[in-house]
Design a protein. Structure first.
Length: 76
């Protein structure tokens, strides 16, 4: 079971490649190449981003029922 509190970017990328129908087909890009291909949004993807449901749990009383984030991502 994975809450993605400690999921590596490579694990998330691999799961998303399955959802996109090209399992394991992942290209690493330098930031310069990503900026050239994607424009300014590439800088957002390069940030060290942390995902958490803590605020939704605290403020909305959310109780997640699906806790395997990588499985959810790989299914699309």
């Amino acid at each position: 079971m994975s809450t993605c509190a400690s999921c590596a970017t490579s694990d998330i990328t691999l799961a998303l490649s399955h959802a996109a129908g090209c399992p394991g087909r992942i290209d690493s890009l330098s930031l310069d190449e990503a900026l050239r291909r994607m424009g300014p949004i590439a800088e957002a993807f390069a940030l060290d981003q942390q995902l958490t449901g803590a605020r939704a749990r605290r403020e909305l009383g959310w109780t997640p029922t699906r806790l395997d984030a990588l499985a959810e991502l790989s299914q699309g």
